[in-house]
Design a protein around this ligand. Structure first.
Ligand code: GDP
Ligand code: MN
Length: 347
């Protein structure tokens, strides 16, 4: 995506523009991604989903596991280190007692969870995942994504998983391994095994990890993903390779043939104005200034935002009407812009 590959020194690009990427691509909750993974034979923990604390308690009992992990479901990473406005610390909790699952769920559901990746007020938690916890002896990072410099999919992995991968890339770039995938050939055996070895899987675990990598790639293709990220891809003391976390982004252009996947989008974390814009096929991103932008084409829209900024103003939005726009869309676009209370005020 253009917006993310701009050098950080690029002049006056409104920082909010980096939001374009997650909003443009469908993003599912962890439990939804894990359902898709299960269907592709990827190893994930047994889990249930709950919307209330009593459901969470029931689920914890039903799991009948030695240990349970309770995970807040929001479309942002860093949940483990997040904080709720109920005072509870951590969006991921392990416990052996189902009753504790009920108590913790009570402090998660209906409260906002703030993490490094959310806006500062956080995101309201409406669903929790109740899963069988497994011991983890080692955490690695693995992802498959579409990469412009490779003109296709690329695998990215690191034996240093579980943590912020950007930090690993910055401080120990030699621990990030890449493997370009030929879209026609798919992931070759030697590639999957080399990646598994680079991730630090030894002995029989190497084959198992390579097998998981291939299944994750099959899923990547099958659902038209732009990114499949597993952090951590872990190993257990019993010798199992397991995907402990899951984040999948989808290509919006594939919506017509991925109806089941797109039907899972509950939109509850989407901005209502942006949803209204999407309904009319307008690319609208709300910003915090007071000058409305009404522009035809993403490049020109960005340049317009920059020029406003350069002259000391602040754009109220980014709006790309797109090519071939019809009268009705122009009308709807004006409605969106004029409905924004910040537009035309002095700020
Ligand atoms: P994130 O913080 O949003 O990335 O959420 P994760 O699903 O990655 O969970 C955060 C951390 O919790 C992981 O890196 C693990 O260290 C830990 N964790 C998650 N599930 C389990 C589990 O089943 N067992 C153990 N022992 N740790 C877990
Ligand atoms: Mn994670």
């Amino acid at each position: 995506n253009n917006f993310l590959t701009l050098p950080p020194s690029f002049p006056s690009l409104p920082s909010q523009c980096t939001w374009l990427s997650p909003r443009r691509w469908l993003n599912l909750q962890e439990y939804q991604s894990k359902k898709l993974m299960q269907e592709s034979g990827v190893a994930v923990q047994r889990f249930y989903v709950a919307d209330t604390a009593s459901e969470a308690l029931e689920a914890a009992k039903r799991l009948n596991a030695k240990e349970i992990v309770l995970k807040a479901q929001i479309l942002a990473g860093g949940r483990g280190k997040g904080v709720f406005d109920s005072g509870l610390k951590g969006g991921v909790h392990l416990t052996k007692d189902p009753a504790v699952v009920g108590e913790l769920a009570n402090k998660m559901l209906g409260f906002n969870l703030t993490t490094k990746q959310t806006p500062k007020d956080g995101v309201k938690v409406k669903t929790v995942m109740v899963a069988e916890a497994l011991d983890i002896s080692r955490e690695t990072y693995f992802a498959i994504l579409m990469d412009r410099s490779c003109n296709g999919p690329v695998m990215v992995g690191s034996p240093q998983g579980g943590m912020d991968i950007e930090e690993v890339a910055a401080s120990t770039p030699e621990l990030i391994f890449k493997e370009a995938i030929d879209i026609f050939e798919g992931v070759r055996d030697d590639q999957a095994l080399r990646m598994a070895a680079n991730l630090g899987f030894k002995g029989p675990l190497q084959r198992q990890a390579a097998d998981q990598i291939k299944r994750l790639y099959d899923l990547f293709l099958k659902v038209d993903a732009t990114q499949v990220e597993v952090n951590p891809l872990g190993e257990t003391p019993e010798g199992q390779v397991v995907c402990f976390d899951a984040k999948i982004n989808f290509d919006d252009n594939a919506e017509f043939r991925q109806k089941a996947v797109f039907a899972m989008d509950d939109m509850t974390e989407s901005d209502p104005t942006e949803m209204q814009a999407a309904k009319w096929d307008l690319k609208y991103i709300g910003l915090d200034g007071n000058i409305a932008c009404f522009v035809n084409g993403a490049g020109l829209a960005m340049a317009t935002c920059d020029i406003i900024d350069l002259h000391g103003g602040k754009p109220a939005n980014f709006l790309d009407l797109g090519g071939g726009v019809k009268e009705r869309q122009v009308y709807e676009a004006f409605k969106l812009l004029t409905a924004d209370p910040k537009v035309g005020t002095n700020c």
